[in-house]
Design a protein around this ligand. Structure first.
Ligand code: SF4
Length: 350
């Protein structure tokens, strides 16, 4: 049964919800190896040896929300920062110069940035877009519909907004006081206004394999061009600080199943969970993007792990490319990535 599903997936025939759940329920090491190998070969069929790289600018750690898993939740009395416009532009330029294919502008749901129909944020996107020639991803949390065309016109190519789970009850327990549908609709709105959309889920927040299967199906149905999974990392000062972190195997398994269910989507390997040590296992499980590349010594934080491998420079692009090349992968060029983004936008518009 398991083998037959892998064969079907490797032939590009797609897999349904039950088959997704069957793959997720496996825990035999041989089966998991076969799953990852199949996902890696499907990734190669669709994207070859190319891996694209995203630079990360977490420019405001202020947030009005209180997600139970997040270090930056408003109730956590931590030091916070908000970078100035000039600093954000300079950081974006330095990431472009380093060779990444995209700048990811991320923030908590910072009330100041959301005020006045996101006026300040739109201005930042416009300034970054004038300063760099690589695509821009914006991750601002949930915003009103009227902001989407402004982001698009300012130069945002991608809009990222992670549901984390598609189980409404679990969503209510983790993304406290937030509206499931409002968050879900963000990605459809982004696509309606001509941007590409990314969704993501977290493993280790109380979900079942049936929940994960549902998420994988929902992400596909919504049409998100990029889909991700990340392992929940317990954070000091949060209600989930003493929860147990799931093993790396679980994230790799979900990633591999995502690749088989949605062979043509972009799937990131984030450096935010295990740092650089976690890169190659994720590529081998079917990822084709490296995210959360952060320049050292710029006082920037990560999201899941606020300082893992950052100031050592291990999360910087040269180190990442060196590791990818040793694995037989090639870093995609800016032109290749821009062409891919344009192709995806045309597909979305059709
Ligand atoms: S996950 Fe995002 S929205 Fe939730 S508290 Fe953290 S920064 Fe805010």
């Amino acid at each position: 049964m398991y083998k037959a599903i892998l064969e079907k997936a490797s032939e590009g025939k797609g897999i349904d919800r039950d088959e997704i759940e069957t793959l997720l329920s496996a825990d035999d090491p041989k089966m998991l190896n076969a799953l990852r190998e199949t996902a890696y070969s499907v990734k190669k069929k669709h994207f070859g040896d190319k891996i694209f790289t995203y630079g990360f600018v977490y420019f405001s750690t202020f947030c009005r929300n209180n997600c139970s898993f997040c270090y930056y939740r408003r109730s956590n009395p931590i030091d916070r920062y908000r970078k100035s416009d000039d600093e954000i532009v300079a950081l974006s330029c330095s990431l472009q110069d380093s060779g990444v294919n995209l700048v990811d502008l991320t923030m908590g749901e910072d009330r100041m940035m959301h005020a006045d129909n996101c006026r300040e944020l739109v201005d930042i996107v416009r300034r970054v877009d004038s300063a760099v020639s690589i695509p821009i991803m914006l991750s601002p949390g949930a915003v009103n519909e009227s902001s989407f065309p402004l982001f698009r016109d300012a130069g945002a190519d991608w809009f990222a907004c992670y549901q984390e789970t598609h189980n409404r009850k679990l969503f209510g327990e983790r993304r406290l006081e937030q509206d499931y549908d409002r968050r879900f609709d963000q990605r459809s709105l982004a696509r309606k206004y001509g941007m590409l959309a990314e969704d993501g889920i977290m493993v280790g927040i109380g979900e079942t394999h049936a929940d994960v299967a549902e998420s994988i199906v929902q992400m596909g149905k919504q049409g998100c061009e990029q889909i991700r999974v990340m392992t929940f990392v317990p954070q000091e000062g949060t209600p989930m600080s003493s929860s147990k972190q799931k093993s790396r195997e679980e994230e790799l398994k979900v990633m591999a199943v995502m690749r088989l269910a949605h062979p043509d989507r972009l799937i990131p390997a984030s450096l935010d969970v295990e740092g650089i040590e976690g890169l190659i296992p994720r590529i081998r499980a079917g990822a084709n993007i490296v995210t959360s590349i952060v320049p050292p010594h710029m006082d920037l934080a990560g999201v899941a792990q606020k300082d893992l491998d950052i100031d050592s420079g291990r999360r910087f692009i040269d180190n990442v490319i060196g590791i990818l090349e040793k694995e037989g992968c090639k870093a995609g060029t800016n032109n290749e990535y821009k062409n891919l983004v344009e192709t995806l936008k045309r597909r979305n518009a059709a």
